[in-house]
Ligand binder design. Structure first.
Ligand code: GDP
Ligand code: MG
Length: 439
């Protein structure tokens, strides 16, 4: 189904004219995809209505690229539903700032407590104290203490016999005494929302007056996550949501409904079991993910900010005059690298996240550094005019770069293919209208 949506999207993107029938077809697919991604029914209905209205409106129909415009509308509406990016964390007038973590058992509260502490220290230079208020499972305290050790951060605990309210209160006293500017309270969860749990959390809340109450929800639980968020918010008036386990293969449709249902922002996303697996939540990326489009737009934006416009213009000129050389190639690679780890980039490309063996992918980091080494081993003349390459030159380059002749050959071949492709592209731009070669 997601594939069908993708192909519908692709079809419409290229259209120079979009009919109401096209819009209908596309929104039908979007609707199905959203329902399948576990988005709340009512949320979907309202959303589709807004998309349809905008898609058949002037904004789209009178634009030069209506197909792309429709996709943009879909993305904008989805993004708007999730609100802006809001990864800010409150700062109390008088320290410590108190953050209370709540949520069901297994949602990721304890893990996220550690991740948040790590984030606060790393990015905000803070010195958090962690408070172990989950007294129902002895292992829960151990788990937090282990995290504290890993982070070299203090953990306040009083074992399993103490009252969670007292633990939280005393933790804050200790933080004051020891000058910890944040206290993150890890609380207990249950398998389901129940009154005992809510009572206890309310008591802690009343006692410590937290500056933030973060509800931790598991993105994999889909529609349930939305109901959970609704109940916790009713009872505790949470200040934000952390959506965990987004590193899994869930589409994360819950993200859409959570904001719509609770009107509270999703502040962070959990993206792994490790302590650095926490990211600011990006509504726009989430919108793409839900639609199964990958992070195309983010990728484009990233590329745009990194590739300096002037350089791009020069490159275009070179492509046109066919004077593109290995030196340019090297420069291009530098730019690609400055965009961040290739794996991150690949993950943003639609379909690429489905490729299990990213490590074997063409754009392997290691291969890139090989390519770099090969080009660096070429003489100036060879870089400018690869056609002079002969067997002995290739051998020398392979030796100089610590690669093999066949690797050098492969690069030369790729380079020539690239040039050929550029020729076609620039040919098309000139309006010759050759075959684009796209399937
Ligand atoms: P708690 O019961 O709410 O405190 O949940 P825990 O913090 O103990 O987490 C439950 C399980 O989920 C643990 O195995 C964690 O490693 C795992 N977990 C938590 N957050 C994430 C995440 O963002 N990604 C992944 N893959 N696993 C997570
Ligand atoms: Mg826990």
């Amino acid at each position: 189904l997601a594939d069908r949506l993708q192909s519908t999207m692709k079809k419409i993107t290229g259209k120079g004219k979009v009919s109401e029938q096209d819009v209908k077809e596309m929104t039908r697919e979007v609707r199905l995809a959203l329902l399948e991604a576990d988005v709340n029914f009512k949320v979907v209905k309202d959303l589709i209505k807004r998309i349809r209205e905008r898609a058949v409106g002037q904004e789209v129909m009178e634009s030069l690229t209506p197909g792309q415009q429709v996709i943009k509308v879909v993305k904008e509406e989805l993004t708007a539903l999730m609100g802006g990016e809001q990864s800010k964390i409150a700062v109390a007038d008088r320290p410590p700032t108190v953050i209370m973590m709540v949520g069901l058992q297994g949602a990721g509260k304890t893990t996220t407590t550690g991740k948040l502490a790590n984030h606060l220290r790393k990015n905000h230079n803070r010195t958090p104290l962690l408070a172990a208020c989950d007294i129902y499972r002895p292992a829960a305290i151990d788990q937090l203490e282990t995290l504290g050790q890993q982070l070299s951060m203090p953990v306040f605990s009083k074992g399993t016999d103490a009252n969670p309210v007292d633990i939280a209160t005393e933790a804050i006293e200790q933080a004051k005494a020891e000058h910890n500017d944040y206290v993150i309270i890890d609380t207990a969860g249950r398998l389901h929302v129940d009154n005992d749990l809510m009572d206890e959390l309310e008591q802690i809340k009343t006692a410590v007056k937290p500056d933030e109450i973060f509800l931790v929800v598991d993105a994999m639980t889909g529609q349930d996550a939305v109901n959970v968020a609704d109940s916790f918010n009713e009872q505790l008036d949470i200040s934000g949501v952390v959506l965990t386990k987004l590193d899994g293969d869930t589409r994360g449709g819950a993200a859409l409904s959570i904001k719509a249902v609770t009107d509270k922002p999703i502040k962070f996303a959990g993206t792994g079991e490790k302590l650095d697996g926490l990211e600011a939540f990006h509504p726009e990326r989430m919108a793409s993910r839900i639609l199964g489009m990958g992070d195309v737009l983010s990728l484009i934006e990233k590329a745009q900010t990194n590739v300096d416009e002037k350089q791009a213009k020069e490159l275009e000129e070179k492509m046109r005059t066919m004077s593109f050389t290995f030196d340019d190639f090297l420069e291009q690679m530098g730019q690609v690298k400055s965009m961040g780890p290739l794996e991150d980039l690949m993950a943003m490309i639609p379909g690429a996240n489905k490729m299990k063996g990213l490590k074997n992918a063409q754009l392997d980091e290691k291969q890139l550094s090989h390519v770099e080494a090969i080009i660096q081993s070429m003489t100036k003349k060879e870089r400018q005019d690869p056609s002079i390459m002969n067997a002995s030159r290739k051998k020398r380059i392979a030796k100089g770069s610590g690669t093999s002749v066949s690797q050098v050959n492969r690069l030369l071949k790729q380079f020539n293919e690239m040039k050929k492709m550029m020729k076609q592209m620039t040919g098309m731009q000139k309006g010759k209208k050759g075959k684009s070669g796209m399937k």
